[in-house]
Design a protein around this ligand. Sequence first.
Ligand code: NAI
Ligand code: MG
Length: 366
Amino acid sequence: MAQILKILILPGDGIGPEVMAEAVKVLKAFETPQRQFQLRQELIGGCSIDTHGKPVTEEVKQAALDSDAVLFAAVGGPKWDHARRGLDGPEGGLLQLRKTMDIYANLRPCSANSPSASIAKEFSPFKQDVIEGVDFVVVRENCGGAYFGRKVEESDYAMDEWGYSEAEIQRVTRLAAQVALRHDPPWPVISLDKANVLASSRLWRRVVEKTITTEYPQVKLVHQLADSASLILATNPRTLNGVLLADNTFGDMISDQAGSIVGTLGVLPSASLNGLPGERGLTTRPYGLYEPTHGSAPTIAGQNIANPVAMILCVALMFRYSLNMETEARQVEDAVRKVLDSGVRTPDLGGTAGTKEVGDVIVSAL
Ligand code: NAI
Ligand code: MG
């Protein structure tokens, strides 16, 4: 009996459908008689608003819960910008889905070698010797903290409640430690906070400390003040090699700042998880949603010039973090590296290849 892996495909708006088509080609290249992908494609974002009057339907949310993993491209565009906001706007579709799946950890890998050293060399604003050997992954808490706390908004006063519970800190710490343990020797966990001024950071520091020292004694833990981490990232980023664990606010900032190491948007994937397979006490497969860090780039949509690399690298992350397919994840990453190094690139990377050509050449390289 073949293993059937159910993947929900959410292309969304703008360049979403174009880059998703290439990611699906890559995914299908890994089908064997023993392993089949059952793909289900649904609407999300602006296209769902046009058809259903809302950015995500209950049926699509349920489909996400029934899948082994979700591939999401991008949503939004000028067509919907003025009509709708918040949970009713295109990006509300993604926010609602995040909530439904309770995907509390957002992962963004950052390496001078991914997608390829040649890309970092040409596009990074950093000197080559500063970024050489940089290799870390940001694990950002993504369901709590200041972005989800109570709000007060008056004309002359506003307040955002920045609170964390022990349980919220504990679960994301465990996930960060497990990511660290996937490396041999284990990567250190570098936890960012402002324990010198924020009460929530003092709890953060205590819970991270207790969780790692009692449950993951093999993992080295470093506490780093978030502001100084930001300086180090700009001056000596190799010092941060490992798992960078941060709450929602600091994680948002540090993960965007980390994007500057590679220096270009079209090649950066991300993963949002509510656990890792094989985690203690987990009997079912945890949810995982994979999306590029770029948006729907409406001005270049429909022209076959969007870079599909970030979306294709999402397939690699999905293999790694949801489907227990590490070997295949590396095969995707190696193929992408080879193709970019050979000069087959979309215009944003200085090339002349189209979206489809890049996808096809990557599939051949596999
Ligand atoms: P964007 O990431 O879509 O575009 C920024 C710049 O990068 C543009 O010049 C664009 O052409 C270029 N770019 C982005 N992805 C590219 C790719 N794969 N290949 C080649 N060039 C690429 O961000 P922007 O312009 O701020 O937002 C555009 C729309 O996307 C807005 O409606 C925004 O709300 C939405 N958006 C959606 C996100 C999501 O779905 N998670 C995230 C960010 C923005
Ligand atoms: Mg951000």
